[in-house]
Design a protein around this ligand. Structure first.
Ligand code: MRU
Length: 365
């Protein structure tokens, strides 16, 4: 499986990413050459998805160390570069935990060339760990799909997902998609309902693209269709990702996730969240009060973007004078979640469930 971020094969001071703003119609690789390139890539969503934001930030810290070396005041430069990195997006907790992890790793050395070497090592570790975490989530989620498949007598297991919690949101595999990739590889019949995910259309643009690349049957639906499909027995399970999870199991994910959870609850459809432990914010308990929800430019709602006559174009949907609002995420309360699929197994969405699996990490912060 191709990765979404990797060291430049010819330039030891560069990182490459897949520019997700151009998918699904163009596959464009972009170079990151500075901390501010990493900031822009995260802020402008060339990379997105909690784990990939974290991986990009890890390299951002490395760039900041390299740049600090040629600054008249290296410490001040480094501090302001990291502040810009922290401000790039607010909701995915990986951005902050990865920067903090880098700071901890760099603390023992004061020289910025030594810090740069350590930062590059840590970034590589963040990347490799994400691959392994997602692969393990895949294994645990696969068992859930197998159980449902066992009851369907050879018919496809219909899985609904929202946004893109796929390989494009991570380094490889994805979180919500990892069980689906593994099921497909094992020859289990799976079909994915892909919410288009207005306004940025991560479902229609990204999830549909990556599932298509893997040859996985899928159907793109409008964001409001999920409830109807569930009422008609056409959804066997929902699997979504998360940008930040409280220690009590509340989950912030792309706006609209909560409505899917409500519909799933009303229709007795199991609703799972694929949860790398890197997205748990152990410091917080109440998702509604404590998770910062990104508010994006209302123009994303007022316009729609698509491909026409060989180019990506934006068209105005609303009256030119209408106001719009654009919350990027919502919080699904733990009580609506059937289970959390983590790298250590599936647990209840609760403090007992999470500390049962991650007790050793839960007290760190
Ligand atoms: O705004 P985005 O595209 O960064 O939002 C991404 C999501 O909401 C994903 O579902 C989440 O980050 C989980 S990714 C494994």
């Amino acid at each position: 499986m191709k990765r979404t971020i990797w060291p430049h094969p010819a330039d030891p001071r560069a990182i490459q990413i897949l520019d997700q703003r151009r998918l699904p119609h163009e596959v464009v690789i972009a170079d990151l050459l500075s901390c501010d390139d990493a900031v822009r890539a995260i802020r402008d969503m060339a990379v997105r998805g909690a784990p990939l934001i974290g991986a990009t930030a890890a390299y951002g810290v490395w760039f900041a160390c390299l740049e600090a070396q040629s600054s008249p005041d290296p410490a001040a430069y480094f501090k302001s570069a990291l502040a810009r990195l922290r401000e790039s997006r607010p909701t995915a907790v990986n951005l902050f935990t990865v920067i903090d992890r880098q700071l901890k790793a760099l603390d023992p050395v004061s020289d910025f060339s030594q810090k740069a070497a350590l930062a590059l090592e840590t970034a590589a570790a963040v990347v490799e760990e994400d691959v392994e975490i997602c692969r393990r989530i895949g294994g645990h989620g696969l068992e859930l799909i197998k159980t449902i498949a066992g009851k369907k007598q050879g018919q496809s297991v219909n899985i609904l997902t929202h946004c893109n919690a796929g390989r494009l949101a991570c380094v490889e595999w994805g979180t919500a998609t990892a069980p689906i990739y593994l099921a497909h590889q094992e020859g289990l019949p799976v079909h994915v309902w892909v919410d288009e995910t207005r306004p940025r259309n991560q479902g229609a643009n990204l999830t549909a693209w990556e599932l298509g690349e893997a040859g996985i049957p899928h159907t793109v639906i409008v964001d409001n269709a999920g409830g109807h499909l569930m009422q008609h027995g056409k959804v066997d399970m929902v699997i979504v990702g998360t940008d930040r999870t409280t220690r009590t199991g509340d989950v912030a994910n792309k706006i609209g996730t909560y409505l899917k959870a409500l519909a799933a609850h009303d229709n007795g459809v199991p609703f799972y969240v694929a949860l790398p432990s890197t997205t748990i914010d152990w410091k917080i308990r109440d998702g509604f009060k404590e998770i910062p929800i990104e508010e994006r430019n209302p123009d994303e709602v007022r316009h729609a973007e698509g491909w026409s006559e060989g180019a990506r174009r934006s068209v105005l949907l609303t009256p030119a004078t209408s106001r719009a609002c654009n919350h990027g995420f919502d919080v699904t309360p733990a009580r609506l979640i059937t289970g959390l699929i983590t790298e250590r197994g599936v647990c209840e969405a609760s403090e007992a469930g999470l500390t049962g699996l991650f007790g050793d990490n839960a007290h760190e912060s």
